[in-house]
Ligand binder design. Structure first.
Ligand code: FES
Ligand code: FES
Length: 172
C-alpha cells in the first residue's frame, strides 16, 4: 500500500555532512531544512532564523564554498557537502578578520543578523579581496540588519579587507 503524505513525511533518511571540519551522520525527515539540521541536530545555534520567507539572510552559511541561505536548502540536498558555520570561522583560537572587524568597528547592535552578515562578508572577501564600498553594500544586500547598522558593518568589512591584504603581503 502506498504511504500517505503524512507517513512519507515521517520517514527518515540518512544524511552525512562535514560541518566545520567534522563529519556528522544523522537520520532526518526529507523536509528538514539545513538550518534546522544545523541548529537542532548539531546544536550549532549560531546560525539564526530570522524569517520564514528566505529574505533576512540571518541563516547564511558556506556550503561547498558558496554563501547560501541555509533555510532555502534541504538537509538531504546538502548530503555529502562541506558546510562552514559561524562557529567554524575562527581558526586555532584566532578570530577571522571579518569577526575582528565587527569587533573593532562596532559592526553590531543587537547581534541578530551578525552571524549571517559575517558569513556573507567572509565569502565576499574570498571572491573579491578588495571591494569598494558599493561592492560591499551590494555583496551584503541579501542579509538584513533590523538595527540598520550598515555604516559600521561596511567599516568592519573594510577593516577585514585591509587586515587580510596586510597578512597576505607579510606572508609573501
Ligand atoms: S531565515 Fe531568513 S533568509 Fe533564512
Ligand atoms: S545588529 Fe541587530 S539586526 Fe543587525
Amino acid at each position: 500500500m502506498a504511504a500517505t503524505g503524512q507517513e512519507a513525511a515521517g520517514q527518515k533518511v540518512p544524511v552525512t555532512l562535514k560541518v566545520n571540519g567534522r563529519t556528522y551522520t544523522r537520520e532526518v525527515e526529507p523536509r528538514t531544512l539545513l538550518v534546522h539540521f544545523l541548529r537542532e541536530e548539531l546544536g550549532l545555534t549560531g546560525t539564526h532564523v530570522g524569517c520564514d520567507t528566505s529574505n533576512c539572510g540571518a541563516c547564511t552559511v558556506h556550503l561547498n564554498g558558496q554563501a547560501v541561505k541555509s533555510c532555502t536548502v534541504l538537509a538531504v540536498q546538502a548530503d555529502g557537502a562541506e558546510v562552514v558555520t559561524i562557529e567554524g570561522l575562527a581558526r586555532d583560537g584566532r578570530l577571522h578578520p571579518v569577526q575582528e572587524g565587527f569587533w573593532e568597528e562596532h559592526g553590531l547592535q543587537c547581534g541578530f543578523c551578525t552571524p549571517g552578515m559575517i558569513m556573507a562578508a567572509a565569502h565576499l572577501l574570498e571572491v573579491n579581496p578588495n571591494p569598494t564600498e558599493e561592492e560591499i553594500r551590494r555583496g551584503l544586500e541579501g542579509v538584513l540588519c533590523r538595527c540598520t547598522g550598515y555604516h559600521n558593518i561596511v567599516r568592519a568589512v573594510q577593516y577585514a579587507a585591509r587586515k587580510m591584504q596586510e597578512r597576505s603581503a607579510a606572508a609573501d
